[in-house]
Design a protein around this ligand. Structure first.
Ligand code: ZN
Length: 261
């Protein structure tokens, strides 16, 4: 449901957060677009918090359908959603959480052209992906267009979060594993993704509302087995994406057309 910017500034709904964000911060959220790319454990929870917080427009990207094995951690979905597109179900749920948010489901698999299209539309991209190839495509698109990417990943009892923006940090490829095709670990507890998704939403709200200090050039690691948090420094821009040396790689070519690099 669409509404004017003033309809979105629902003072009662946001009364417990507006003291932190300020009216200007709340209005900034209402006029912002966030794309959540991947609607699994991280993305579905992040999207719910972002809708509840009053982000004006959410683009929800995921070509997958809900599976029974998702339900222990992807609490936006119900048992009778199994077999339905996550993006479509998530859009319905988010609209129910906050009817003032414009929600656009994109039930498609991410490819380079879709990544570029989404990055063009969004102010901030939330990485809810479960594979590095997709993350790096999103990273390259966000980097080339100067948009903020909030990365998160979780497996077993570990998680990591960092915030990427050209001019503020190194790119995500600087942190990627050597083998980006390697399958991730699929063993996870629900609350682990909850912790990481919550941190990603905090980063997004901080960037949009100019609050606190985003994790630029810092990699936050959580070890929830020990309930420990560490902040590691990220090396200065040094990879091929940061330095614009991947222009000839097929998968990255579209991102550099018309970019400012
Ligand atoms: Zn880099």
């Amino acid at each position: 449901m669409s509404g004017s910017i003033f309809d979105k500034l629902d003072l009662e709904r946001f009364s417990r957060q507006i003291g932190l964000l300020g009216a200007s911060g709340q209005l900034k959220l209402a006029s912002s677009t966030v794309a959540v790319v991947g609607l699994g454990g991280l993305g579905s929870l992040a999207a719910a918090y972002l809708a509840a917080a009053g982000v004006g427009r959410l683009i929800l990207v995921d070509g997958d359908k809900v599976e029974t094995s998702n339900l222990h951690r992807q609490v936006l979905y119900r048992t009778d959603d199994v077999g339905k597109y996550k993006a479509v179900v998530a859009a319905e749920r988010l609209q129910a959480i906050n009817p003032g948010v414009d929600v656009e489901p994109v039930p498609e698999v991410l490819d380079v052209n879709l990544a570029l299209e989404i990055v063009r539309e969004a102010d901030v991209l939330v990485d809810g992906l479960d594979n590095w190839k997709g993350r790096l495509a999103l990273d390259a698109a966000a980097w080339s267009l100067g948009k903020t990417l909030v990365h998160g990943a979780a497996e077993r009892l570990y998680g990591q979060v960092t915030t990427i923006r050209r001019g503020e940090s190194s790119c995500l490829a600087c942190l990627s594993p050597t083998n980006v095709d390697a399958a991730g670990c699929t063993t996870i507890l629900g609350p682990t993704v909850g912790v990481v998704a919550s941190l990603q939403v905090l980063e997004t709200l901080k960037v949009l509302a100019n609050l606190g200090e985003p994790l630029y050039n810092k990699l936050l690691i959580v070890d929830l087995g020990r309930t420990a948090i560490e902040i590691l420094p990220v090396k200065p821009p040094s990879c091929d994406i940061c330095l614009g040396r991947l222009r000839n790689a097929d998968w990255i070519k579209p991102f550099y057309r018309g970019s400012q690099l």
